[in-house]
Design a protein around this ligand. Structure first.
Ligand SMILES: Cc1cc2nc3c(=O)[nH]c(=O)nc-3n(C[C@H](O)[C@H](O)[C@H](O)COP(=O)(O)O)c2cc1C
Length: 196
């Protein structure tokens, strides 16, 4: 059964299907609240969070994708510890989705080349600045677009987040709902409702 509203959810399968379909939809819908995710890594100084745009979500296998500059701090963090936590919140549906992912960094592949081609020229400056992201500068270090080499995809990468666990919290008048799912090589593992 397709669940259209969180009010219709009553089974674990419906919780899972609803959350995953919202993620899949958000990856192609700029206006969806799940589009901007909070992506947290473990660094030398402890946990660090930042917002990343959700670029793709698939249900089988359950995975999500983000674009980034491979010189960024988050990529350094992921090289040391590939685990990340990804948080989504939809204030209209009052649904929070928390994912644990095993991150895999891909760059300089046919997949990243194809994704680069689809990025508008003006938006490519997020991934091809002269200095690495986070470098100290004298002023606002922003070169005019025409001076940048828009073809240079050397530092462009895709973070593939292979989902290992999902926790869904839905705030509802008729009673809050919380459920947790784990995922492994064979797909869904353990699933359970939890005390909200
Ligand atoms: C709305 C919004 C969307 C963003 N999207 C991305 C993104 O898709 N990829 C990215 O690498 N950084 C994105 N950023 C910038 C990151 O939040 C972060 O500042 C940057 O990636 C550097 O983070 P790091 O030093 O922890 O790696 C976005 C920021 C905002 C506010």
């Amino acid at each position: 059964m397709t669940v259209k509203s969180t009010r219709d959810i009553s089974t674990l399968d419906e919780v899972e299907n609803f959350a995953i379909s919202e993620l899949v939809e958000a990856a192609t819908n700029r206006k969806h609240s799940f589009r901007n995710a909070v992506f947290s890594t473990i660094g030398d100084a402890g946990p660090t969070s930042r917002i990343l745009v959700l670029r793709k979500a698939t249900d089988a296998p359950f995975a999500i994708q983000f674009h980034t500059d491979t010189r960024s701090g988050k990529v350094t963090d992921l090289r040391h510890d590939s685990r990340a936590s990804v948080l989504f919140w939809n204030p209209d549906q009052k649904i929070q989705v928390r994912l644990n992912v095993e991150a895999e960094m891909r760059s300089d592949t046919s997949e990243t080349a194809a994704a680069w081609k689809l990025i508008p020229i003006d938006a490519r400056n997020s991934y091809n600045t002269d200095l690495p992201p986070g470098s100290k500068t004298q002023g606002i270090a922003w070169r005019p677009a025409e001076q940048r080499n828009a073809a240079d995809a050397k530092f462009f990468g895709i973070i593939h987040g292979h989902v290992t666990a999902m926790e869904v919290l839905v705030l509802r008048r008729e009673g809050h709902l919380r459920a947790r799912f784990t995922y492994g090589a064979k797909g869904r593992g353990v699933a359970s409702f939890l005390v909200p």
